[in-house]
Design a protein around this ligand. Structure first.
Ligand code: NDP
Length: 498
């Protein structure tokens, strides 16, 4: 199938509007079948130098193109993505494993982002303000920063790239993008689309390669002025250290340890639907995945039974097959990490109610499949309730009050998403105020962000920036304050106040 959808066997870097072959490469494997689907370059620092130089040249011209005209290209990008939605989604399932329906949803996020950010081309609002002195005018305007380095993970290989590149481009920056080595095809497709939409050469460049080589070279490159990163906490921290010492701007979106709180008055059937979708969709490999259920003790047993019943209905397999709800895990390292946490959970004394094992019989043996897993009687301080597992593993934590539920929700080092199921309006508003995450859902699971709202988290999840929403523009623009004095004399602020 890959051959029908992708016209190359080996991907190439894209620098200054040209495809560049790289000698060294590695194979990309379909996690559902274990088959190699394409080769991806393993570039070195030299390719980053070339891409940064091309971006620097192109950006000067691009910044002078009126923003509404820059936006026209994003409208075109959105239209092409819409036409090719299914083809892109199938390739996404092939390289990442997520089920086709979810892949279609991810591509849709990119389409929505294209149209939303294209709209910003006619806004990019600054402020006009009063001035302190007579015959003086004051305003603030957004300016592009220059060359932006984008480093993306494998779990949302197209959506996250659009959250970052579209605002960067509409604001007048040029981009060097390093996609995750596991999921490079989405970058190839995006470049084809940018080309077709008429994006000038050098505005968007892709350099494939490992994080330790290409990613690191981008972080340390003098001509790359901003790094926008989504990925693990460990890599994010090292990027923060390196950018900090260079006084380089950086935006980080990292992990989560997201919880659904189920109070005693909740609609339990609705809660179970939300929990199952949030915990096992994308095989639990979403940064917003629910991996903890904090449940009031009065409804704990009933909820457990309903979750187990719901889990039995999950069909696990190749995401391209009809009816499959849970696809494979990305790779062997992911499987090992999940397995390790199953052992930790058992040793800590949590009770394993379902799953907890690799699925390796029959067709499953070809891919990376892990059985959806449910622990119960976990406590908030256990490692399985504190650390990100990034797999289809859920831990139930019983509590006896609303206050205890909030306290346990907030006891983790991450702060991405949380949710509460309750019918009590007072609890809803207290939860909205007291849950210390960047995203709060009421009577819905922990996943499913809309692109016109800010996406990101507090505490160990990020560094205060947001992807998507107009807030994303703050990452890719510099504020400039402009004063125009039309008095014809030198007026001195804070001094000529009479
Ligand atoms: P990684 O941090 O391993 O990788 C993310 C990206 O960073 C990849 O492109 C990787 O390249 C690159 N990279 C790795 N090392 C370096 C380095 N030293 N310098 C620069 N770049 C580097 O994360 P995963 O790909 O494993 O993604 C999963 C993680 O991402 C999870 O923790 C998840 O929670 C988080 N995530 C957070 C989201 C959010 O918005 N909060 C959204 C999605 C995921 P390569 O892999 O090619 O080596």
């Amino acid at each position: 199938m890959v051959k029908d959808l992708l016209n190359v066997d080996k991907l190439k870097n894209y620098i200054d509007g040209e495809w560049h072959e790289v000698e060294k490469s590695t194979g990309v494997v379909n996690p559902a079948t274990g088959e190699k689907i394409v080769d991806v370059p393993l570039s070195d620092k030299g390719a980053v130098d070339q891409a940064a130089a091309a971006a620097k040249r192109a950006q000067k011209e691009w910044a002078l193109v009126p923003a509404p005209q820059r936006a026209e290209i994003l409208y075109e990008v959105g239209n092409i993505m819409k036409e090719r939605k299914e083809e892109i989604a199938k390739l996404l399932t092939l390289e990442n494993g997520k089920v086709l329906e979810e892949a279609m949803g991810e591509v849709q996020e990119g389409i929505d982002m294209a149209f939303y950010m294209a709209g910003e081309g006619r806004r990019l609002f600054g402020q006009t303000t009063p001035a302190e002195l007579q015959n003086k005018f004051a305003m603030s305007v957004r300016e592009p920063i220059g060359v932006v380095g984008i480093i993306t993970p494998w779990n949302f290989p197209i959506a996250i790239a659009t959250w970052k590149s579209f605002p960067a481009i509409v604001a007048g920056n040029a981009v060097v993008w390093k996609p995750a080595t596991e999921t490079p095809i989405m970058a190839h497709k995006m470049i084809e689309i940018f080309e077709e939409a008429g994006l000038p050469k050098g505005v968007m460049n892709v350099v494939y390669g490992s994080g330790s080589s290409v990613g690191d070279a981008m972080v340390h490159h003098d001509d790359i002025q901003v790094i926008s990163f989504t990925g693990s906490n460990e890599v994010g921290r090292s990027i923060a250290r390196d950018c900090g010492s260079q006084l380089k701007k950086y935006s980080l979106e990292m992990g989560g340890k997201n919880a659904v709180i189920v109070m005693e008055d909740a609609d339990l059937d609705l809660a179970v639907e939300g929990i199952i979708w949030s915990a096992f969709g994308t095989s639990g490999q979403r940064c917003t995945a629910c991996s903890r259920v904090i449940v009031h003790e009065d409804v704990k047993e009933e909820l457990e039974e309903k979750i187990l019943k719901g889990m039995k209905q999950l069909s696990i397999g190749n995401g391209l097959d009809e009816g499959v709800r849970v696809g494979p895990v990305i790779n062997e390292a992911g499987m090992e990490k999940i397995q390790k946490y199953i052992e930790i959970g058992k040793e800590e004394g949590a009770k394993l109610l379902a799953g907890g094992h690799v699925m390796d019989e029959g067709d499953y043996s070809k891919g990376h499949y892990f059985a959806p897993t449910l622990f119960t009687d976990a406590t908030g301080d256990m490692r399985i309730a504190q650390e990100e597992i990034f797999g289809p593993v859920l831990a139930l934590i019983p509590v006896s009050s609303f206050d205890e539920a909030i306290e346990i929700n907030n006891s983790v080092s991450y702060g991405l998403s949380s949710s509460i199921f309750t019918q009590d309006v007072n609890k809803v508003f207290k939860a909205k105020r007291d849950l210390d995450t960047g995203i709060v859902y009421v009577n819905a699971g922990t996943t499913g962000a809309e692109i016109h709202l800010p996406f990101g988290g507090s505490k160990g999840t990020g560094n205060g920036h947001r992807d998507s929403g107009i807030q994303a523009l703050d990452v890719f623009t510099e504020w400039k304050a402009v004063y125009v004095d039309f008095s014809g004399k030198l007026q001195r602020a804070q001094i000529d106040t009479e």
